[in-house]
Design a protein around this ligand. Structure first.
Ligand code: LLP
Length: 399
């Protein structure tokens, strides 16, 4: 992934930083657009996954819409040139201020997550003499077979409206003249790699669509959400998600009515592989039970391993084959060719600040560059300044 020129460039830079592989992003977007457009599907980029300006610029240029979950995301999407008519706004707790902002912007659609929210949007729209377009986010109780921390479509999750509440929804829609019912929305979880899960989702969507039609509501939009997973273990050999199979499942199993639009909200699958967190080894602690590599990056830069027990491939990019001879003289001793097990940890004052335990790496030294791969989704956006740390910076390929 990194040639010697890139590694030399990294050596001159202050770490840690996110390195953006813009060519990887471009190839991924090409693949997604090719696979979705042949079925006439609409893709919205879930900007919560990464709102780095360069990333947004590139995605917008592909004509995708934006999937937002806060007023600020709505604002940022529009400021970045995503068309208002392609902005969807989900979120279980939209504030009045955020709803008003989205009403002022005349966005494409609110994905409403509770019956109470329907009444609030109706009232706020009435005050502005507007009609808000609404999709009902339904919790279909379909198991995403992913990590329980990133599962959203089960009865026990806080998201969406449960199917047993649908009569109440129908009632509310009839009572709310300032709402225009557009369709139904779903999002059952993230990092889903089993296509069978999407087949189950399609079957549920078909049933729920029938319910709405039977109750006199025309469903113009089916929004299936996002969730398509990526390969964290093999970023070099399997760097682009199988968009073809993913969209094909929906083409095959969804009962799409004539003139109906099918929408998707993909985040991780579009941006996950396009960034690597680059850091340096600050200290090597060789203990009796454990060896530690203490990096200058930690949970403040990439919290996914600590929060979701997520796996990211970790590589010592200073220790390529050609490096061994020169390193030998540098460290003044014979380098072992064996791999050594290290707990790769960050500098933050928390025991949980560990990227991964027992990572097999070549013998590593203070100053070595360590790459934490597949960090483009939910990486930089979830960075914090805990411990009053500097905000992590970004570096781009091709500069
Ligand atoms: N639509 C809605 C309504 C969502 O809540 C999400 C993500 C997406 C679309 C995009 O899902 P994706 O295609 O990226 O799977 N921070 C966690 C993931 C949280 C996902 C939140 N919702 C992580 O790092 O794994």
């Amino acid at each position: 992934m990194f040639n010697t020129n890139t590694i030399s460039r990294f050596q001159q830079l202050e770490t840690p930083f996110y390195y953006y592989h813009l060519d990887v992003l471009r190839n991924t977007l090409d693949a997604c657009r090719a696979a979705s457009s042949k079925h006439g599907f609409h893709v919205h980029y879930a900007m919560k996954a990464n709102f780095n300006p360069r990333v947004l610029d590139m995605i917008k240029a592909y004509g995708f819409g934006a999937d937002c979950v806060s007023g600020n995301e709505v604002k940022a999407a529009i400021a970045h040139g995503f068309g208002k008519e392609k902005v969807v706004f989900a979120g279980v707790g939209k504030s009045d201020k955020e709803i008003n902002l989205a009403l002022d912007e005349d966005i494409f659609c609110f994905n409403a997550e509770s019956v109470q929210e329907l009444f609030v949007i109706d009232e706020l729209a009435r005050a502005k003499s507007k009609v808000a377009k609404i999709a009902i986010r339904i919790n279909p109780n379909v198991d995403a077979h992913t990590h329980h921390f990133i599962t959203t479509g089960l009865d026990e999750n806080k998201f969406g409206i449960n199917t047993w509440q649908l009569p109440e929804v129908a009632d509310a829609l009839r009572k709310c003249p300032n709402l225009q019912f557009l369709g139904i929305h779903f999002h059952i979880g993230s990092q889903i790699t089993d296509m069978e899960v999407y087949k189950n989702l399609c079957n549920r969507i078909n049933e729920i669509q029938d319910w709405f039609e039977d109750h006199g509501f025309a469903v113009k939009v089916l929004n299936t959400g996002g969730g398509l997973g990526i390969d964290y273990h093999h970023p070099d050999t399997n760097g682009i998600s199988d968009f073809e199979s993913y969209f094909k499942v929906f083409k095959q199993f969804l009962n799409v009515r004539p003139g109906q639009e099918v929408h998707f909200e993909l985040g991780r699958a579009l941006v996950g592989q396009c960034a690597t967190l680059i850091s340096r080894v600050l200290y090597v602690k060789n203990g009796q039970k454990k060896n530690f590599l203490v990096l200058d990056a930690g949970m403040t830069e990439l919290i996914r391993p600590m929060l979701y027990q997520a796996y990211h491939l970790i590589e010592n990019i200073s220790r390529g084959e050609s490096e061994v001879g020169s390193r030998k003289s540098e460290v003044g001793k014979e380098l072992t060719q064996d791999l050594i097990k290290y707990d790769v940890v960050g500098p933050i004052c928390e025991s949980t600040d560990c990227f991964q335990k027992d990572v097999e790496l070549p013998e590593s030294f203070r100053g070595d560059l360590i790459a934490v791969r597949t960090a483009g989704a939910y990486g930089e956006v979830m960075a914090s300044s805990y411990n009053l740390r500097d905000r992590v910076s970004s570096v781009y390929s091709g500069e």
